[in-house]
Design a protein around this ligand. Structure first.
Ligand SMILES: Cc1cc2nc3c(=O)[nH]c(=O)nc-3n(C[C@H](O)[C@H](O)[C@H](O)COP(=O)(O)O)c2cc1C
Length: 223
C-alpha cells in the first residue's frame, strides 16, 4: 500500500514541476559586500549599454552582489535596495545562466528570492539563445554569461493603487534596472538593456508563471 502511495506521489510530482527540476534546487548566495572601490559618480560617468561580452564566467559573489543591488533586502522591515510604491514590491527577478556562465552554478533559469538571498532553479539548461530569439533576434544578448530578467506581478501594486499601480510598477523597474547598471559598473562589469521582445514568446521560453509578466532584460558580463 505504501509503495502504491509512493508511486502515486512520484507521478503526481512529475506533473507539478517543469521537466528537469527537483524540489531541492535552492542555492544560497554569499552575503553582498557593503563597500566597493568605484564611486557612485564614477559608475554614473562610465555607465553605457554594452552589446558585446567576453566569454568569461562570473562567480557566485558577483551574482550575489548584482541581485542584492537589484532587489536585495536592506532593512529588517523587508524594505529593499530599490524603492517601491507602498512597499508592495511587485517585481520578480529571474537569472538566465548560460553554459559556464557562473562558476559553481549549473546553466538554467533561476528565480531570485530576496528573503533568504537565494536562487531557486526553475528550469535546467542554457536558454540564452531562445531568450535572444524572443527579443526580436537580438543575438548579441546570448554572448553574455547571464541575463537578469525583470518581471512583475502587477496585482500586488494595483490591488492598492488601481490602474495607477501599473505606472508605479513601470517606474519601479526603472529604479531596479539602474541599480543593477550602477552595481555592474562598480564591479567593473558591463550590462546591456533590452525592452524589445515578444511578451508571449519570452514568457513561454522562461516558463514564467502566468502572473509574472516580463518587463525588461539586462544581459551582464565582462566587456
Ligand atoms: C526601456 C529601455 C529599453 C531598451 N531596449 C533596448 C533593446 O531592446 N535593444 C538594445 O540594443 N538597446 C535597448 N535599450 C538601450 C538604449 O538603446 C540605450 O540606453 C541608448 O541608446 C542610450 O545608450 P546608453 O545606455 O549607452 O547611454 C533600451 C533602453 C531602455 C531604457
Amino acid at each position: 500500500m505504501n509503495l502504491l502511495w509512493g508511486l502515486i506521489m512520484i507521478i503526481f510530482g512529475m506533473f507539478l514541476q517543469p521537466p528537469g527540476v527537483e524540489a531541492a534546487d535552492l542555492v544560497k548566495l554569499p552575503p553582498p559586500a557593503l563597500k566597493g572601490s568605484v564611486s557612485v559618480e564614477e559608475a554614473l560617468q562610465a555607465r553605457r549599454t554594452v552589446r558585446r561580452f567576453a566569454s568569461r564566467s562570473l562567480d557566485l559573489q558577483q551574482i550575489s552582489q548584482l541581485l542584492w543591488a537589484t532587489q536585495g533586502i536592506t532593512d529588517p522591515r523587508g524594505l529593499r535596495t530599490a524603492p517601491s510604491a507602498g512597499a508592495t514590491y511587485p517585481l520578480e527577478i529571474y537569472l538566465v545562466v548560460g553554459d559556464h556562465g557562473v562558476t559553481g552554478l549549473a546553466p538554467g533559469i533561476y528565480r531570485y528570492l530576496p528573503k533568504g538571498h537565494a536562487l531557486e532553479l526553475t528550469l535546467k539548461g542554457d536558454y540564452r539563445a531562445p531568450v535572444a530569439r524572443a527579443c526580436l533576434g537580438q543575438s548579441w544578448m546570448a554572448t553574455a554569461p547571464v541575463m537578469v530578467v525583470f518581471a512583475a506581478e502587477f496585482k500586488r501594486c494595483t490591488a492598492r493603487y488601481g490602474n495607477r499601480g501599473v505606472m508605479y510598477t513601470h517606474m519601479e523597474v526603472g529604479h531596479a534596472g539602474e541599480n543593477l547598471f550602477l552595481q555592474t559598473q562598480a564591479l567593473r562589469l558591463a550590462a546591456g538593456i533590452v525592452g524589445a521582445f515578444t511578451d508571449q514568446a519570452l514568457s513561454h521560453t522562461l516558463n514564467l508563471p502566468r502572473e509574472h509578466e516580463p518587463l525588461l532584460i539586462m544581459p551582464v558580463g565582462y566587456k
